[in-house]
Design a protein around this ligand. Structure first.
Ligand SMILES: *Cc1c(COP(=O)(O)O)cnc(C)c1O
Length: 472
């Protein structure tokens, strides 16, 4: 399988070429030249497979420059009960008839990002070892992404992680998750500023091309194709658990921010998985909901980007969205360049033509919005009626998913985090008596020794810090 950019550069690259890269050189995102099609006979064959076996089958369709035996080893060591807590890896929990949760958040950091990041860690180590290279990952986080990256890369040969976070602004649990890691290749930098300051530092360092080359700076952000590909697998795994035979359809409701998770659902559907609807659930930051209901995509400024109780969905733009629009508009790179390159940088928004917008329903997408009050009500209702405790992001997905249930089509709501990560809102919804359970290994996490360095908002300081710790 070869990969091309969404912005018109037709150069075809192999999987291991794009694995360690972010954007394509023309500023676009990578997508396969075509989606491999999976027919009913193949689905029937895959139905009984373990998660790791299923992952191997699906990844093999997209990766032909890693020997099959090596890919097999990487997948087998990623998707284990030891890492993800259950033999099914992504078990379904049923709520009322026709509605269930798919648990994606039983990995080491209790959020769905582990599903892809754990594989990415093993792929990076493999590819860097094969090339005899090293990589220094620089990132900014306000919570889930940074910790998922650190737990995926800890102890990996050839990889260092330098993760910036806003000093004192993450929850104590999130902070403890990251700062308690004692691995020599993990470096936490607590920046005396807000998340945007951290992102600006990452941008400044990455724009220093000489430094970037000399110190081999890379990223693991959500536009990485390998992350998206890993996520395709759990759409198939959810389908097999919710249905008895091929030909049956399901729908998925997806708590969305950067459109990475639901874009993997789009890829699964393009491959032929019988998905009736992909329900894009947003919180008050409704960039995506606005698009799917009006055809206008409008990037928000910081004054219009709200801090909510489902913080991992607080986005001002959806960085993976361009991939879907590329498919929607017939894969014309010039049109994508005009919309995402020219129109967004000039106006901060674009509106599809009536004809273009009319094509959206054929791709199964619908969308809705959920607010803080909806989250509290949904957490309370789910606890009282089913005895199931859900987190705030999953509550957004459940609220919006329920609005789109169709008779005879199971609605699978993706559970993207565990409630233990968001104790304050759980207490607000259910009172102090209900405590979100923590996995056994994390009970005392806040009291463990912490390893981090506090720094002012100063890109040069960060560069110096990296230079002192990386040999060139
Ligand atoms: C990252 C994240 C999301 C949003 O996923 P996208 O791929 O950015 O759409 C939703 N919920 C949780 C818990 C997350 O960590």
């Amino acid at each position: 399988m070869k990969y091309i950019s969404t912005r018109g550069d037709k150069t075809e690259r192999g999987f291991s070429e794009i694995l360690l890269e972010g954007l394509a050189p023309d500023g676009g995102l990578y997508l396969p030249v075509a989606y491999p099609k999976v027919d009913a006979a193949t689905l029937a064959k895959w139905r009984g497979l373990s998660y790791a076996d299923l992952a191997f089958e699906i990844l093999s369709l997209y990766i032909d420059d890693i020997p099959a035996a090596d890919l097999r080893v990487l997948v087998d060591k990623t998707y284990t009960e030891a890492v993800f807590g259950t033999p099914q890896i992504v078990p379904l929990k049923s709520l009322e008839a026709g509605l269930c949760l798919e648990a994606l958040s039983n990995g080491p950091t209790l959020a769905f990002k582990d599903m892809a990041m754990q594989l990415l860690g093993n792929l990076f180590e493999y590819e860097l070892g094969r090339r005899g290279e090293t990589l220094n990952i620089l990132g900014a986080t306000s919570g889930d992404t940074g910790s998922a990256a650190e737990y995926a890369m800890r102890g990996k040969a050839g990889v260092n992680v330098f993760m910036l976070s806003p000093h004192g602004r993450m929850s104590p649990f999130q902070q403890a998750q990251m700062f308690s890691l004692q691995d020599a290749n993990i470096h936490n930098i607590a920046v005396e500023g807000v998340f945007d300051d951290c992102q600006d530092i990452v941008k400044a360092v990455s724009n220093d091309l000489a430094f970037k080359r000399q110190y081999r700076i890379g990223t693991v952000n959500s536009i990485n194709w390998a992350r998206l590909l890993a996520q395709v697998v759990y759409y198939f795994a959810g389908y097999f658990q919710a249905t008895k035979a091929e030909g049956e359809q399901v729908s998925f409701a997806v708590p969305s921010g950067n459109f990475g998770n639901v874009c993997a659902g789009h890829v699964a559907r393009m491959m032929g998985l019988p998905i009736a609807q992909l329900v894009v659930a947003t919180n008050e930051n409704n960039v995506l909901e606005e698009f799917f209901n009006t055809g206008t995509y409008r990037v928000r400024g910081s004054a219009e980007t709200f801090e909510t109780s489902s913080p991992s969905m607080d986005i001002s733009k959806a960085s993976n969205f361009e991939r879907f629009v590329f498919d929607l508009l017939g894969r014309e790179g010039a049109r994508i360049q005009a919309l995402f390159g020219a129109a967004l940088s000039k106006e901060g928004a674009f509106t599809l033509s009536t004809d273009e917008f009319a094509r959206v329903p054929a791709y199964g997408f619908v969308s809705g919005r959920s607010t803080h009050a909806d989250r509290l009500a949904t957490i309370r209702d789910t606890w009282q009626r089913f005895g199931v405790l859900i987190d705030t992001h999953t509550a957004d997905g459940l609220k919006v998913g329920r609005e789109h249930v169709q008779p005879g089509v199971p609605m699978i709501v993706l559970e993207t985090a565990l409630p233990a990560k968001f104790e304050a809102t759980i207490t607000e919804a259910l009172g102090a008596d209900v405590k979100a359970p923590r996995p056994a290994g994390l009970v005392d996490i806040e009291s463990r020794p912490k390893r981090f360095e506090v720094m002012p908002v100063d890109a040069a300081r960060v560069q110096r810090y990296i230079a002192e710790r990386v040999s060139i």
